[in-house]
Design a protein around this ligand. Structure first.
Ligand SMILES: NC(=O)c1ccc[n+]([C@@H]2O[C@H](COP(=O)([O-])OP(=O)(O)OC[C@H]3O[C@@H](n4cnc5c(N)ncnc54)[C@H](OP(=O)(O)O)[C@@H]3O)[C@@H](O)[C@H]2O)c1
Length: 386
């Protein structure tokens, strides 16, 4: 039986007892456990694939910390997480025409599209019965897979960094630029000032803004990630110079610095992704008619703001989530051309996956964390391994 990592409500409870109910002392590696998994038989429209590499995604930390909801408990006591993977097809159902054994694929994690295609649930998180991809093998419906763009110019780890983060960034960018354009016409202002706060999704969002010619700034506390963005021509701001917006004065100073950087006009578009103090900093950085988009709530899931002040400035706040299935397929065109992700220095071995999540939580990584799951790689991807 293939091995796969799981999060159990029992392990969370043990960690709660060990830390005397203090989630900030939780070790994710005490909660993520290697298990054996019986895969469902391959049905007529299913694909079985061998997982080659995955990226670490912060929602596993949400699952382990149970800080938004206790998703493992809600789903019957155990989940098999992992909603970003690159794999090799090993078996296909009799009705599958889009894939054949040997194909290299990536996943998307839209678990259940609503009537407009947006996810009501995320695969391997809140989608009932969904089994994730932090394991050696998986069986999914063929609609859950996308051919991997092996000739896009990215290496294998860079491609593996994108299945979850890139569609999220692409969705955020479409929404942000579309909403801003409703308010500010091309004849009035060609180029937007765009700000993103630390994290892989924001980095991709800013690459997309810069590729369309807009002025992009990346505000992060991580020097390695800032250096990568500067190499791509994206300006950076050190978030730690503003004490990560711990006080009102820090937020005020940040707003002043943004005004200086933008000749007084401030930002037209802000990608937040973290909320908490970052949300206040984003608001302070926004100019008139600006748009604030986010699909994340890592630092807080509750917002408070002056609605009247936002109205007077014609500010738009938008809440997004993962992309539609169509959008997830279409954004593969941007791999390598637009998206050049920052990868963490260490490529983790499968057995070190729990440590990758500890280090994600500690925020000590230099880029998107990648875990190599398969020891033996197919010939078709060997040349893409740096
Ligand atoms: N709804 C969706 O579909 C969706 C999809 C993707 C991600 N998300 C969520 O969005 C968030 C960001 O994801 P990501 O993949 O872009 O991030 P990521 O690559 O995992 O990076 C996380 C970033 O968080 C920042 N950070 C950590 N602790 C911080 C703190 N105390 N104050 C300020 N910044 C802090 C770090 O910024 P520095 O560089 O400044 O250290 C780090 O780069 C996560 O919560 C994730 O779960 C949601």
């Amino acid at each position: 039986m293939p091995k796969a990592y799981c999060v159990t409500a029992d392990a969370i409870e043990r960690e709660r007892e060990r830390t005397k109910d203090n989630p900030s002392d939780y070790r994710i590696s005490n909660i993520l456990q290697l298990d054996e998994l019986e895969l469902r038989p391959v049905g007529p429209t299913d694909v079985r694939f061998r997982v080659l590499a995955v990226s670490a995604e912060h929602n596993i930390n949400h699952a382990a910390l149970a800080d938004t909801v206790n998703i493992a408990a809600l789903r019957g006591g155990k989940i098999y997480p992992g909603n970003s993977a690159l794999g090799e097809v090993v078996e296909t159902g009799e009705l599958v025409t889009r894939f054949k054994p040997g194909d290299i694929v990536i996943t998307h994690c839209n678990g259940e599209p609503d009537q407009y295609g947006y996810p009501t649930r995320i695969w391997a998180y809140d989608m009932p019965d969904s089994i994730g991809w932090y394991g050696e093998e998986a069986v999914v419906g063929d609609w859950q897979l996308i051919p991997a763009p092996l000739d896009c110019g990215l290496n294998l780890w860079e491609i593996a960094a994108l299945p979850l983060r890139a569609p999220t960034a692409n969705h955020l960018w479409r929404r942000a630029i579309g909403m801003w354009r409703v308010k500010v016409r091309l004849e009035q202002k060609n180029l937007a000032n765009v700000l993103g706060f630390g994290g892989g999704v924001s980095e991709l969002f800013l690459m997309q803004a810069a590729a369309a010619g807009h002025n992009a700034w990346f505000c992060s506390g991580n020097a390695a990630r800032r250096a990568h963005m500067e190499k791509l021509g994206i300006r950076t701001i050190d978030q730690k110079q503003f004490n990560r917006f711990a006080s009102k004065d820090d937020v005020k100073a940040f707003g002043k610095e943004v005004a200086r950087l933008t000749d007084g006009t401030k930002m037209d578009i802000v990608c937040d992704m973290l909320r908490g103090p970052v949300f206040d900093a984003g608001l302070a950085a926004m100019g008139r008619e600006a748009v604030n988009v986010s699909a994340g709530w890592q630092l807080s899931k509750v917002l408070t703001y002056d609605s009247a002040g936002a109205s007077v400035k014609q500010i738009t706040l938008d809440h997004t989530h993962y992309d539609t299935v169509t959008g997830a397929n279409a954004c593969v065109q941007l791999y390598g051309r637009v998206y050049k992700p920052t990868i963490h220095d260490e490529i983790y071995a499968f057995e070190d996956l729990p440590r990758a999540f500890d280090e994600l939580e500690e925020n000590t990584q230099t880029g998107i964390p990648i875990i190599r799951v398969a020891k033996e790689m197919p010939d078709s991807v060997k040349k893409l391994i740096p």
